[in-house]
Design a protein around this ligand. Sequence first.
Ligand code: C5P
Length: 232
Amino acid sequence: MGKDVIVACDFSSAQETYAFLDRFTDRKPFVKIGMELFYAEGPQIVREIKRRGHRIFLDLKLHDIPNTVKKAMAVLSRLDVDICNLHAGGTKRMMEAALEGLTRPDGTRPLLIAVTQLTSTDQESMERDLMIHAPMDQVVMHYAKTAQEAGLDGVVCSPLEAGQVHAICGQDFLTVTPGVRFADGDAGDQKRIMTPAQAKAIGSDYIVVGRPITAAADPVAAYARCVREFLG
Ligand code: C5P
C-alpha cells in the first residue's frame, strides 16, 4: 500500500458519518473508525463504509491476553478492514498471537500496526503511573522494534517520531501519524503537530487527519488540500 491521507471519522452516529461521507463524490477517502463510532453502531458501520468504497483503518487498540486478542482479530479480519491495531504494551507474544488470528480465507490479511506509548502519556505519567523510567523516545523506539520483531507492519506514532522509527526499523515499516494541522489552522488540543507537507518530508506513510477536515467549512476542499500537500 502506498502513502495516503486517512480521515478520522470521529462522529458519534452512523447518520452523521454517512452525511459527512456523502459529500465525497469524487475521490473516496481512506477513513479511520474509532471506538466511539464502532461501539455506538457495531460492525455494520464498517460493512457499510466498506460497501461505499472506502478503505478502512479500524482503530480499536486491542490489549488483552494473547488468546483473546487472537480470536478478536480473527473476527475483525472477516470485516474486511485494511488496517487494524493493538497496544504494543500487550507484549510481543500478544502481537504474535494477534497476527496468527488475522487471516482471511484467501490468504490476505489487514495490515496490523501497534500503538507505542499514547501521545497523551508524558514522561511524568509514564514514570509515575506505569513505573517505566527510560526516556520516552527510547521507550517508543523499543516498542516499535518489538512490534517489528513480532511481525507487525508498523506503528502509530507522532510525526516527530516517524523519522527515527524509519531509521531504526527501516523504510518499509509503516508510520501512521496523527497530530497533523494546516499551517494556518487551529491546533486544538494537539500539542506536537506538523503540517501535511512536513509529515511528508519526514517520511510518514499515512497521516491521520480529523478536525482539520471534519470541522472545515468545506470538508471536501480541506481533504483535497491535505492530499495535495501530503502526496503532491
Ligand atoms: O481531529 P484530529 O486531527 O486531532 O484527530 C486525530 C485522530 O487521531 C483522532 O481520532 C485521535 O483519537 C487520533 N490519535 C491521536 N493521537 C494519537 C493516536 C490517535 O490524535 N497518539
